[in-house]
Every structure is written in structure tokens, then in C-alpha cells.
Design a protein around this ligand. Structure first.
Ligand SMILES: Nc1ncnc2c1ncn2[C@@H]1O[C@H](COP(=O)(O)OP(=O)(O)O)[C@@H](O)[C@H]1O
Ligand SMILES: [Mg+2]
Length: 257
């Protein structure tokens, strides 16, 4: 079943074109990564799917319905966590459920379920500033999942974490995805992360973003980053991205290292 469809989507901000004629179909329960260098238009694509921006041209569908604004069928996880600092963990997770008008009892029940799922039990009454980056992002994931969305939109969610925490969170995300079967559209500029996580990688062009190449990752999970097959796909992805984009990615990697 087609979960999310983008049909010839373009987006311009005044005279700056961020996305050009981008078409994409994401299947239900699929894990798809959008891979491209900084500034290519990845966040804009996610914000369009989330309904936070309107396309200049083209249409976006979720479960066959035209997307015209934000909705609880699509949950977003941000790189900068975007938690409410004055709310405890459980109050952060309950946020969307309050908006939906769920009873106090139902909210609590659901929030606890997703706090458990992300392994944060015991931290319900903690405030965001008391948590590490990895734990903050667990809250971000629990908050998005508590609404039980059909699609989870993740914008470089592990981008600000140290390498070790990032690896742990990638594993955790796969476990959560396998448990919830939520479709995931994951934005990253890390080739390694895309190969480790995805069923399919959509390599984007430099700005304006459009689909350069779709690369299936037919490796069993858990994947071994040090294996030959992994290295081969990483190599193929870098080739496909093309020289211009590869250079931009190399600069990113050098900055990260
Ligand atoms: N609201 C906006 N107004 C004007 N320009 C924007 C806006 N949002 C994004 N852009 C521009 O669109 C381009 C793509 O941005 P973005 O989607 O954030 O890229 P990425 O997430 O790949 O780094 C950038 O040049 C950025 O400055
Ligand atoms: Mg971005």
C-alpha cells in the first residue's frame, strides 16, 4: 500500500527554488531515507509532507488523501529536539494528546506506553534540561509516536549526538520501528546512517532538491558497518550522488570528524 506520495512537488521561497519536480512513493511500513548535503532542501521536503509548508506546484498525498496542512497522521521529530523546557518528560509526551482532547487518564496511559517503548521509564517527572541529548531525542520520538501517526518524519534526529550515542539511537530506532511498524521517512546527510537504517535510500540532487537516484538496501538487519556488502553499498551511494554532491558530503564528514 502507498503510504505517502509526492507528485511533481516544487517549492520556491520568493526567487529561491528549494525543491524541484520531486516525485516519490513511500510504501506502508517502509523505512526510507532522504540523503543529501546541507542546504539541498531536505528539511523543506519534510515540512511539505508534514503540511507545515505548501508546495508551489504538485501535490502530496497521505493514504490517498491530499495533504493540505498538519495532521496527527504525520508525526515529526526534529534535530534540535524541540521539547518544551517547562514541561516534564511525561507532559511533553502528552502534549499532542492534550490537543486531541483525550481524557487525563487516557493521556497518561498512552504516554506511559510510549515512554516505556523508548526506554525512559523512571524519567517521567524529569525536565528536559536534566537529560542527555540521546535521552532528549527519546522523548522527541515518544512524543511523536504517542499520537500514533501513520508516518514518522525525522529530520536529522541524531545529527547533534556524539558518534557512540548516535549508533545506539540508530539501533533503538530500528527496534522501535520493528515494534510499531510505523512508516519512517528519515532525513540525513550521513551515507553511513542511511545505509545502516534504510530499506531504500533516495539520493537527492544539490538544491533544488529532486530525486537523483533511488538505491535499495537489500541487507539483513542488524547490519554490520564493517562488512564488505555494507562497504559496497556505501560506495555505490557515494558514486550515485555524483561529484558535486559527494564533495559537499565529504566536507560535512570532515567537519563532523
Ligand atoms: N522559510 C524559508 N524562507 C526562505 N528560504 C528558505 C526557507 N526555508 C528554507 N529556505 C532555503 O531553502 C534551501 C533549502 O533549505 P533546507 O530545506 O533547510 O535544506 P536542508 O535541510 O537540506 O539543509 C536553503 O537555501 C534555505 O535557506
Ligand atoms: Mg535541514
Amino acid at each position: 500500500m502507498d503510504r505517502v506520495t509526492l507528485k511533481n512537488v516544487s517549492k520556491s521561497f520568493d526567487d529561491l527554488m528549494a525543491v524541484r519536480d520531486l516525485s516519490l512513493v513511500v510504501k506502508d511500513e517502509e523505512f526510507v531515507s532522504l540523503l543529501g548535503p546541507s542546504g539541498c532542501g531536505k528539511t523543506t521536503v519534510l515540512r511539505l509532507i508534514a503540511g507545515l509548508e505548501q508546495p508551489t506546484n504538485g501535490e502530496i498525498y497521505e493514504d490517498g488523501k491530499l495533504v493540505s496542512g498538519p495532521g496527527s497522521d504525520r508525526g515529526m521529530v526534529f534535530q534540535e529536539f524541540a521539547l518544551f523546557p517547562w514541561r516534564t518528560v511525561i507532559k511533553n509526551v502528552e502534549f499532542g494528546l492534550e490537543i486531541k482532547g483525550l481524557s487525563k487518564h487516557k493521556r497518561r496511559e498512552k504516554a506511559l506506553k510510549y515512554i516505556d517503548l523508548v526506554n525512559l521509564e523512571g524519567f517521567e517527572d524529569t525536565y528536559p534540561h536534566e537529560l542527555s541529548g540521546g535521552m532528549k531525542q527519546r522523548v522527541g520520538i515518544a512524543r511523536a509516536l504517542a499520537n500514533e501517526p501513520d508516518v514518522l518524519l525525522m529530520d536529522e534526529p541524531f545529527g547533534s549526538l556524539d558518534a557512540q550515542t548516535r549508533n545506539i539511537m540508530q539501533k533503538e530506532l530500528l527496534r522501535i520501528w520493528e515494534q510499531t511498524k510505523t512508516t519512517i521517512i528519515f532525513v540525513t546527510h550521513s551515507v553511513d546512517e542511511a545505509v545502516y537504517l534504510s530499506d531504500r535510500i533516495i539520493a537527492l540532487t544539490a538544491r533544488p532538491a529532486s530525486v537523483k537516484k533511488t538505491i535499495p538496501v537489500n541487507l539483513l538487519r542488524p547490519r554490520d558497518r564493517t562488512s564488505e556488502e555494507f562497504a559496497k553499498i556505501r560506495h555505490d551511494v557515494l558514486q550515485e550522488l555524483g561529484d558535486e554532491v559527494t564533495l559537499a558530503l565529504k566536507r560535512e564528514r570532515a567537519r563532523e570528524a
